[in-house]
Design a protein around this ligand. Sequence first.
Ligand code: ADP
Ligand code: MG
Length: 406
Amino acid sequence: MEKKTIRDLEVGGKRVIVRVDFNVPMKDGQVGDPNRIVQALPTIRYLLERNAKVVLLSHLGKVSHKDPQQAEKDIRKNNARPIADVLAKLLSKPVEFCDATRGEVLRKAVESLQPGQILLVQNTRFEKGEEKNDVELAKEWSALGDAYVMDAFGSAHRAHASTYGIPALCNDSGKPTAIGFLVEQEIHALSRCIQADEHPYVAILGGVKVSDKIKVIEGLLKKADRILIGGAMSYTFMKAKGVPVGDSLVEEEQLDFARKCMKEGFEKIFLPLDYTVAERFENPLDVKNTNGPSIPDGYMGMDLGKASIAFFAKQIKGAKVVFWNGPMGVFEQPRFSKGTVGVAKAIANLKGAFSVIGGGDSAAAVAEYGFKDQFSHVSTGGGASLEMIENDGHLPGIDIIASKGA
Ligand code: ADP
Ligand code: MG
């Protein structure tokens, strides 16, 4: 059902909690690529222009609360304060920062906001209850606002206190909830990959996070005409088929699942024909193209081989819808970027196709190699875009938002 958007809200003078995804890469305490902040600007500007009091919540990195010593380290590392400065520059206006994630200090900081002012709250994951969707925490946070806006697409697959607990309580207490412009745009783009009524539909999967990603294959088997599997994910499939993979990365626990997928989708799943391999990851001296898919002992697969690049390009040709997640190789090293670049080029050459790429590293790769503008949509959510396809358009952080007409 269509969700309420911020256009449906009366926000003037109201305290509006906005869950954004400011989980940006940090380097030496500084913000690296600010893309995720930039993507949230339309929603933030819209609210400020209409004199809302804007309260931004986001997580940043991981905080391991199980181990107190590690938690202390994580908290030192994942301080969100530098984000407030970057945001202030982008908005050309002051951004208040509140170092407290709950309690009197936070309440006062929100209370002192004037219409048209903005406050960024410290990393939500500093609170143990965030990832557990602790109800007391959600209560405290929801009391800070008169309305809630979900614009953190990259976090919408997680039912945490800030992505699920707050809007659930808002709904219960009659406070409006809505999606922001970024989430609206993501839903719009991804729905073409979910409805899947344009064909041929080609899905390309790669990267390393096999266990996070492999489940989407089941969903894609029902929608896509061809599923091309490259990157480290492909070694798990090769091994499952009995093809030697040398020392390449394999997720042993996923071998049975890979076998099941290949059985169900034997005519749809396409694996590489050859690989670029090396004897080690760092400073490899011996780099070669295999003859066929099998990788000799003492070598690791690093990228697609020449034949695979041509083969994948051929499978992409003529596609009307393309969904891509995960690089085809260790693209950070230029010598192992050819597979990723080859796939990006094949997609860029399509005429009149709708192409979506999701995943932090995949998006970085197409940006680095200059193909970003040739994609119809670059999703800000890796896991979220995959789960959305897997769950036929549903994500907890979006499902909980009020629907139009409700
Ligand atoms: P995304 O962020 O796009 O979802 P992942 O995080 O799953 O993608 O994977 C990206 C990483 O996968 C990159 O750092 C890349 O170096 C690595 N990778 C891709 N192919 C291989 C491979 N063949 N062997 C090892 N690592 C690989
Ligand atoms: Mg990644």
